[in-house]
Every structure is written in structure tokens, then in C-alpha cells.
Design a binder for this molecule. Sequence first.
Ligand SMILES: *[C@@H]1O[C@H](CO)[C@@H](O)[C@H](O)[C@H]1NC(C)=O
Length: 333
Amino acid sequence: MAYLIVVFVFLSLICSLGRAQTSADGDVVDCVNKYKQKAFEHHRLTNHKLQEAPSEFPTITESYKKGKWRTKEAQLSTAQCPQGTIPVRRDGATLTRTEPDSPSSTPGHEYALVSTKSPSKIYGAKAKINVWASKVEEGSDEMSIGQIWLTTGEYKTDNVNTIEIGYQVYPMFYLDNNPRLFIFWTNDTYKSGCYNLQCPGFIQTSGSIVLGGSITPISSFGGSQSEITVLVWKDPKQGNWWLSIGSLVIGYWPAELFRELGDYATTVEYGGEITNSLTSGRHTTTEMGTGRFSDEGVGKVSYIRNMEFVDYKNNLKSIEDLERKPTNPNEQA
Ligand SMILES: *[C@@H]1O[C@H](CO)[C@@H](O)[C@H](O)[C@H]1NC(C)=O
């Protein structure tokens, strides 16, 4: 009997090895055939032909002086999946975003961000975000985020489209306090769309990067800053919105997903967001970034630097016309 059980355990181990893997940060991931990933269940993507790579990258036109601070590109979590498959994190819970969750929205969400001043034709955005394990109220379903938003459309006309990328500390969902790489999109003012690969939409081409995986190391207080370099750009030939982090291409949002973002984005925003459920009538202990204000300087605060946009010629240009948006969304009209 014991012998049979051993054989059974052994067999089920072999069967599961084909699919399930453990990523570098200890998550369980499934290796999914890239042509059979969830994105292709989307009704607008049934005839979509998977693009292996972008047709071109944006041209770099700016050079930035090296700052006096030590910085390095952070590591993303990876998994060893067989050729032709992509790692898909097995989520601890399904994340839903039922309420508008963007810079002009609801109580419970707080922001500190800058935005391009006047609408223009934006074909992508880039920036470096330093990464922290931001504090989130224990036992709560709150989160803390540092991110980029590419948006178009308006709440008034109920046609907000967004592409969002950044890091997120969200213990209720990821089951730890690590900063995690996240992506999000919506094509209809947050009625549909989702995080990471939770719903059909984003097509992953990287066979190793885990969306929703931990980012390591975190920035060191007063020391070396650990950054992710986020770049999104619209493929000038195919119209898809590609995503790379550092030197790694992750995948793309197919042009078919969007109506408004089918052409270009009109606004880029950079900043932080937290949720605050005002438990016992007080602001909870959830912090944005390091929980410190910018006057404390690099090394102690969270920042986003080298902010650029992609113009209609697929050139990266630094953004000149940024304005601050109110920290508290209730202050907004
Ligand atoms: C938005 O996406 C959803 C689901 O992916 C789809 O059913 C809907 O038709 C889309 N809406 C628009 C306005 O493109």
C-alpha cells in the first residue's frame, strides 16, 4: 500500500512538472503555450496573429547626465519555462477593480502625481521608478503603487482608456509585502480590464518574466536606488502597444483591444497611488513610496525620473509641460 502511494505521488509529480514551475521569488507559475494564452480568448483577438517582436523600438534622442546617486536596474522575477511557453503566475485571489481607479476618482484612493498639461498625441512613455516595499496596513485589503498611466478619453463621456504599469505592494492579493511588477488596462472607464494576465487582453511574448512577480532588490534607504525602467510604445507598423522593462521586452496590448487608444494617448501621468479605507475613521498606516515627502531628497523618498514620451515619429523626447495634480482626489473638480 505504502509502495502504491509512493508511486502515485511520484507520478503526479511528473505530470505536474510539465506545467507548474516555481519562479525565482517562490511563486507557483504555469508554463502556458504562448499561442494558447488567455489573451486569445478575447473576442476581438480570435484572429489575431501573435507578434514575436515589435517592428521597431523608439529612437533615443535625449541623453541624461549621471546623477550623484547610485542607481541600478532592478531584477524581475523569472521562471524557467520550456521553449514556446510563457510563465503565468497562479494568483492567490482575483483582483477586481469595480470602482474608477484613476486620478480623477473616488474617495478611498489617494494620488500624488504629475500629468502632461495639455492633451497631445502621445505614442508612448518612458521613465525610471525607484522601488520600495511600501508599508501597507496589516490585515487590510489596501495597496500602495508607483506607476505610469497612459490615458485617453474622459469620465464625462465614459470612454476612458488606460495602459498602466508600475510596482505594487498588495498583500491581500500577492500574499506578501514585496513590491510586484504589475500591468493594468481598461478600454471602458474601468468597467472591463484587469491586472496582469487575469483577463484576456495583454499578450506576453517573454518566455521568462513573471508578471505580478517580485522586484528585487528594493532601494536602500540613504544608499543605492533600485529602479525599473518602464517603456511603452505604439508599434508604428502594427499599432500594438509594446511594453519593455529595462532591456527586456515583455509583450504587448494588441491594437484591437482599444477604441480610443487605437490611435494615440492624450495624457501621460506619473506618480503614486494608495488606497485608504479609513478604518476606525482614521487614515490607515498605508504609505505611498517611503511615506516621506519629496523635500527629504533622493535616497529617502520614492521618485520617478527621466520622464519621456514617444512622438509620432517614434522618437523619445523628454516631457516639458508637466503639472502637479492634487494629492487628494476630493480636491479635484
Ligand atoms: C472593452 O473590452 C471589453 C472586454 O474586453 C469588450 O467586451 C468591450 O466591447 C470593449 N469596449 C469598447 C468600448 O471597446
